[in-house]
Design a protein around this ligand. Structure first.
Ligand code: 80O
Length: 389
């Protein structure tokens, strides 16, 4: 009856798919702020809302611990996302963020944090419309409180608090199919440490393959190949912003990044986000850009390893260096930084390099959703220019 909830929400309904009489754009008009529910939704008796001050180390630790033990696992329950505290602070405090959108639920008596959901403001372009949205993420209910119908009330509460800031649309992803995906992406993995990946069950030894043959297959050079390939620095923000805005303009859905956004989302931050660019040695022009974010996974129940070090492809732009060569350099850097695997969705032009660079297909899909915004025709993943954390 999860669909019972979504049938009450302003999202594309399965019954409407294909009904070309319905126009693209907002499904419901904004409500006058005076008519937005002023008080929080009711929780079951034992629980209370808490706005989480992510700047407080203690609160950030509580959020980190809740997610570490109760957040998203892969389909075979072998791995669980293990976002770091520094990553959470980065993800939740972009330019213009609202503390009120960092929402927790705790037990009244013990004050234990048992659920969490967040919103982060974003300007997203859909075709030629710039739409202010909340990127909703980190919905997590403690394992012991599942099927108490807490998720719907958490979604309604973050929606209410987003409405109070006069924002009426949202974007989110899920591994499950809900009404109704705006786009559905395949994910791909590139082994960097095949021995560990096989030891922990992330990968399997290929048929007629030995371990030494597999290690050789995924071996990468010790250093990058592109002249002028270097880490992004603060003074590169204007040039990277120009490069990225121009590149993203080709996609149907993409963030509308300005220099403030680029400085926050793409300036390297150790163990959170890495970004590189190619500065032409002759002209000093910035011609290419690539980036990935760091999201380790806990390995559940393995005696020899506790953590999988995973890099997730973020935003990449190639205007002079072939994308294949640029991404191979990214793989080399990720290997140098001791990542075990490099993940990429088949968004943007990622499909053009995954096969060539020895990525293997993942066993799941990631569905993208818009809240209160109809897009009649689902967007192909290659027309999607948005990567969520
Ligand atoms: C390897 O450890 C895992 C731990 C938990 C879940 C999964 C499978 C999975 N659900 N993967 C993805 O959603 C995924 C695969 C490739 C790229 N980005 C992804 O998700 C991102 C973006 C959405 N929020 C989570 C991180 C894998």
């Amino acid at each position: 009856n999860r669909h019972k909830f979504w049938e009450t929400q302003p999202v594309g309904q399965f019954k409407d798919v294909g009904d070309s009489s319905l126009p693209d754009g907002p499904i419901e008009p904004p409500t006058p702020l005076s008519e937005v529910k002023q008080e929080p939704y009711n929780l079951p008796n034992l629980y209370e809302w808490i706005t989480c001050d992510i700047n407080s180390d203690g609160v950030c630790t509580e959020v980190y611990n809740l997610l570490t033990d109760n957040y998203v696992e892969d389909d075979e329950n072998m791995f669980r996302f293990n976002y770091s505290k520094e990553f959470l602070r980065w993800a939740l405090r972009p330019p213009g963020y609202f503390k009120s959108w960092h929402i927790g639920v705790r037990v009244k008596s013990s004050k234990k944090l048992v659920a969490f959901i967040t919103g982060a403001p974003a300007r997203i372009r859909v075709r030629d419309e710039i739409v202010l949205m909340a990127e909703v993420n980190f919905l997590c209910v403690h394992k012991k409180l599942r099927s108490k119908r807490l998720a719907p009330v958490m979604i309604k509460e973050v929606t209410r608090r987003v409405h109070l800031e006069n924002i009426w649309q949202a974007a989110y992803t899920a591994g499950v199919v809900l009404p109704t995906p705006m786009s559905t992406c395949q994910y791909w993995h590139r082994s960097l440490n095949p021995k560990k990946l096989i030891d922990v069950g992330f990968s399997r030894l290929g048929a007629r393959m030995t371990m030494s043959r597999t290690i050789k297959l995924f071996k990468l050079p010790d250093s990058t190949a592109t002249p002028g390939f270097r880490k992004m620095e603060l003074h590169d923000v204007p040039a990277v912003t120009r490069l990225l805005r121009n590149y993203l303009s080709q996609f149907i859905v993409a963030p509308d990044f300005d220099e403030n956004d680029v400085e926050h989302w793409l300036l390297p931050k150790e163990d959170v986000v890495d970004s590189f660019l190619v500065e032409s040695p002759e002209t000093h022009e910035i011609t290419d850009f690539c980036s990935f974010y760091t999201l380790p996974s806990s390995i559940l129940g393995n005696p020899n390893y506790s953590t999988l070090k995973v890099a997730y492809s973020y935003y990449n732009v190639s205007t002079k260096t072939p994308l294949l060569q640029l991404m191979n350099d990214v793989l080399i850097v990720a290997k140098q930084k001791d990542f075990d695997v490099f993940n990429a969705l088949d968004v943007m032009q990622n499909e053009t390099f995954v096969k060539e660079l020895k990525f293997g297909p993942g066993d799941g899909k990631l569905h993208y959703y818009l809240y209160n915004y109809r897009i009649k025709h689902a967007v192909r993943s290659s027309e999607l220019g948005l990567v969520l954390l």
